[in-house]
Design a protein around this ligand. Structure first.
Ligand code: XMP
Length: 524
């Protein structure tokens, strides 16, 4: 049976993936296509519904992103959001004009609950507005079904034609009942059964990979992070031994991490693939000897990775595909996400190794958000430990050891970090058991770092002159700004005492209280 799907047509708005995600949350599969996509291709996909996103243009501007009238005459329900709503009116003969003032922010909206779009929605509901232009005249056949004080047509419908227009953004959480409206559209108006689940994504993607790859060879650089691990799992299930994963252990991983990755993806693991682990610890330590400047360290670690990967790729020879664990936020941040504007360039996208001889790139997770990737990972049976791993920087412990990196310092920071994470996890788990929810202090990222400071202490009756470990724990949503987490003092004390007792070479433990800015999350 064909997978029922809704298509989102991207006009360059910032929230377009969020629209797709909301649709998927209602158990309907959804994909995004540029507004430049041929109408014939859209027809071929046989969607149950089409959603037009917002966008930065004005419909009446020359060269503005547009669509053809026929899109509205396919007999497929269409929902226009913001720019998409204005475009629908404009193309069908209504009028869109620039308002004197921009309407922006949370707004009270009055809805006509006899519209199928607003079934079960309150008559007055808070929505998120962000527009300059407004619909001053609806196209023939439409009636207004929502308005705000400043916006005469906040929503309109022509149910006979299956056309719906919403000026605000139901996809953002500030629109309190927005999800209900999107659900009404996809489930009731488009008639989707809502049987899609993450396991269908996994199944469908496996089929697609098989079809695309045929009997070709695929190469993937596996870091052991969530994204590349889930990509590896999907590819392995799809094409087995046609996949080769190269995992470079640069000796800057957390305690036991290299072995954990090998346990899942190596010969004795649960997947059938070619797994190559390169133990490059000594090479890295040799290159890093005597280097103290943070950027120089990062550069060496990055370049050495390319060198190691290049050597392995040469041994493997030509491949048909190079796979990457790119996920949607990487794509958006790099400005490669269809029509939206560049926000910042990202290390995970672009910069393809030019020494690998391949025909095409495969990015099976390109449309997913992080939590969706994690769900796919669970579906694939990848252990929770790996699936719920915290973010870990590419240069690894290399940027958590201030100053020169060497094997001894790596061992210290690995041991201290393992104790710290174990105690924080244990305390959070106990709290959850007792209170039914995670504690408010549960950090989004937490790790130990090794300062470059040695100081005098006393242990037994002996004088010591050892290193100080710094504990970092932050609360953050986007990792762009962060606050130090207020970990319970007893937890910190226990961590301190265990580190001092169990890790040789450490005689002091500090807790880093710095927020970001002015600090960064990592220390280098
Ligand atoms: P900062 O230290 O910039 O870190 O506040 C923000 C987030 O990014 C992670 N981070 C990196 N991730 N390669 C990565 O893949 C890197 O070079 C890198 N540097 C920092 C950091 O762990 C935090 O989550």
């Amino acid at each position: 049976m064909e997978q029922e799907k809704v298509i989102v047509i991207d006009f360059g708005g910032q929230y377009n993936q969020l629209v797709a995600r909301r649709v998927r949350e209602n158990n309907v599969y959804c994909e995004i296509y540029s507004y430049r996509t041929d109408l014939s291709k859209i027809k071929e996909m046989n969607p149950k519904g089409i959603i037009l996103t917002g966008g930065p243009n004005s419909v009446y501007e020359e060269g503005a992103a547009t669509c053809s009238r026929e899109l509205f005459e396919l007999g497929i329900p269409v929902l226009g959001l913001c720019y998409g709503a204005q475009l629908m009116m404009h193309v069908l003969g209504g009028k869109v004009e620039r308002a004197a003032d921009r309407e922006y922010g949370k707004t009270e909206c009055h809805t006509d609950t006899s519209s199928a779009l607003f079934a079960d929605v309150h008559e007055t509901t808070t929505v998120w507005m962000s527009h300059f232009d407004y619909i001053s005249q609806m196209a023939d056949g439409f009636r207004e079904v929502a308005h705000t004080d400043n916006c005469p047509v906040a929503a309109a419908e022509n149910p006979e034609a299956g056309l719906y227009a919403i000026q605000f953004h139901p996809e953002v959480l500030h629109s309190v009942e927005g999800n209900k409206m999107l659900r009404n559209f996809v489930r009731n108006i488009c008639g989707c059964a809502g049987t899609w689940k993450m396991d269908s994504f996994v199944e469908t993607t496996i089929k697609e990979i098989r079809q695309k790859v045929g009997d070709g060879k695929v190469l993937l650089a596996l870091s052991g992070g969530v994204d590349s691990s889930v990509a590896a799992g999907l590819l392995a299930k799809a094409i087995g031994k046609q996949l080769t994963c190269v995992f470079v252990d640069h000796g800057l991983l957390r305690k036991n991490e290299g072995d954990e990755v090998e346990a899942v993806f190596g010969e004795k693991g649960q997947f059938d693939l070619n797994f190559i682990r390169v133990n490059a610890q000594d090479r890295y330590y040799a290159k890093l000897a005597g280097v103290t400047e943070p950027e120089a360290k990062r550069k060496i670690i990055g370049e050495e990775f390319i060198r190691v990967f290049e050597e392995e790729a040469k041994k493997i020879g030509a491949v048909d595909y190079l796979a990457q664990g790119t996920i949607y936020p990487d794509v958006v941040e790099s400005g490669l996400g269809g029509e939206s504007a560049v926000i910042k360039s990202h290390h995970n996208v672009g910069g393809l190794p030019d020494f690998v001889d391949f025909k095409e790139i495969i990015e099976p997770l390109r449309n997913l958000f992080k939590d969706e990737v994690r769900n796919a990972g669970l579906e694939l049976g990848i252990p929770e430990r790996l699936v719920f791993r915290q973010p870990f920087p590419g240069p690894g412990l290399g940027i958590r050891i201030i100053g020169e990196v060497n094997a001894k310092k790596v061992a210290i920071v690995q041991d201290a970090d393992a104790i710290y994470r174990e105690e924080v996890d244990r305390a959070a788990e106990e709290y959850k058991k007792a209170n039914g929810q995670a504690p408010s202090w549960k950090p989004d990222q937490y790790f130990a770092a090794l300062t470059n400071m040695r100081s005098v202490g006393v242990m037994g009756d002996e004088r010591t002159y050892d290193y100080a470990v710094a504990l970092r724990a932050v609360k953050t949503i986007d990792f762009m700004t962060a606050e130090a987490a207020d970990l319970p003092f007893e937890v910190l004390q226990k961590v301190m005492s265990r580190i001092i007792n169990e890790v040789r070479g450490v005689n002091r433990v500090f807790y880093d209280l710095t927020s970001k800015p002015p600090g960064t999350i990592e220390m280098e």
